[in-house]
Design a protein around this ligand. Structure first.
Ligand SMILES: *[C@@H]1O[C@H](CO)[C@@H](O)[C@H](O)[C@H]1NC(C)=O
Ligand SMILES: *[C@@H]1O[C@H](CO)[C@@H](O)[C@H](O)[C@H]1NC(C)=O
Ligand SMILES: CC(=O)N[C@H]1CO[C@H](CO)[C@@H](O)[C@@H]1O
Length: 298
């Protein structure tokens, strides 16, 4: 039993910009600064702009309750919508701590060039790790996990989104690829321990397994903050090659995402015709998507 490569419904290349934003303790300043960088990226020709994880707040469970907002009319969401509109770009608005009733989520929102919200993703896999002597972090002490996958419908094709630790779970990217997404985009803030070890490797792995683009957008490193982000915002192409990256300071990383490159690699190395769903299951078959791009288990 074989399968065929998913239709991408995307023909034109687009310019992707990852804003490796310098984030401080002043939320209003973070919002104003993010907006100016979004406009800068658009000015430089970007069509899809990405902000990092937790862009309105320093990263840390102790900060989340103070910086958390409603995504229904909150300051961060209001800024993101107006920045997308003013810049005339698609915006993957990093993530913010979202307050909803008595719970806090790590939530990504995305917008089209008119400022309309086109997707909401609550981080599905919470970051709970303990590498003795190196790093201990338990998001689940404060955060609640989301329960659905999210695909954004854009005029450049479908984009799958995840947040940081979500990158470690190959099923999410595989579902996105098989449902026709041209790229997976992950705002994320890896640490100085996990960054050098896995940040680039995971992106290349997700890209080569799924023959799709993968991009991850980190905050700039702030040596004065309690959490030292690895930085190195990166774009990987569908062959698994790093096509754009940077170091730790604030910058904008640009890359062209070309659906034709996805088709080329899927033709040259035709994994899609060679999968053996007679001996293992197609993980994407177990997820059903609604009209808003939210996927849950059938
Ligand atoms: C870090 O703190 C030092 C000492 O207070 C200060 O001089 C420096 O500008 C700070 N750096 C950043 C990136 O905020
Ligand atoms: C990042 O910025 C700091 C402070 O300005 C500087 O000392 C350092 O060399 C920069 N790092 C790189 C890789 O440019
Ligand atoms: C929040 C946290 O656990 N930060 C750690 C990241 O890793 C460095 C070591 O590289 C630790 O010093 C930090 O405590």
């Amino acid at each position: 039993m074989s399968s065929t490569a998913p239709a991408l419904n995307a023909s034109s290349p687009f310019k992707l910009a990852l804003i490796q934003l310098a984030i401080g303790a002043d939320k209003a300043k973070n919002l104003a600064h993010a907006k100016s960088k979004i406009l800068e990226a658009a000015h430089n020709g970007a069509n899809v702009v990405v902000l990092p994880e937790c862009f309105n707040s320093p990263y840390g469970t102790n900060f989340f309750p103070e910086y958390a907002e409603s995504i229904d009319g909150g300051d961060s969401v209001t800024m993101l919508s107006s920045a997308a509109k003013e810049a005339g770009i698609y915006l993957v608005g990093g993530s913010i701590p979202e307050r909803k009733q008595d719970k806090i989520y790590n939530t990504l929102t995305a917008y089209d060039p008119t400022g309309k919200m086109i997707g909401v993703h609550q981080k599905v896999h919470l970051f709970d790790i303990d590498v003795p002597g190196k790093i201990k972090f338990k998001e689940s002490e404060i955060l609640t996990q989301g329960n659905s996958l999210t695909h954004l419908d854009t005029k450049y094709g479908k984009l799958g989104v995840g947040i940081c630790y979500d990158m470690r779970f190959p099923e999410m990217a595989t579902v996105a690829a098989r449902k026709g997404c041209v790229a997976m985009i992950y705002p994320g803030a890896f640490n100085m321990t996990t960054g050098p070890l896995h940040w680039e490797l995971l992106q290349r792995a997700r890209a080569v397994d799924n023959q799709m683009y993968v991009a991850a957008c980190s905050p700039a490193r702030d040596i004065n903050a309690s959490y030292h982000a690895w930085g190195h915002s990166t774009v990987v192409d569908p062959t698994g090659t790093v096509v754009a990256t940077c170091e730790e300071n604030e910058t904008i990383v640009y890359a062209t995402v070309d659906p034709a490159q996805v088709e080329v690699i899927r033709t040259n190395i035709p994994l899609y015709n060679q999968r053996r769903f007679d001996i293992y299951d197609d993980v994407s078959e177990s997820v059903a998507f609604d009209g808003q791009g939210n996927g849950t288990k059938k």
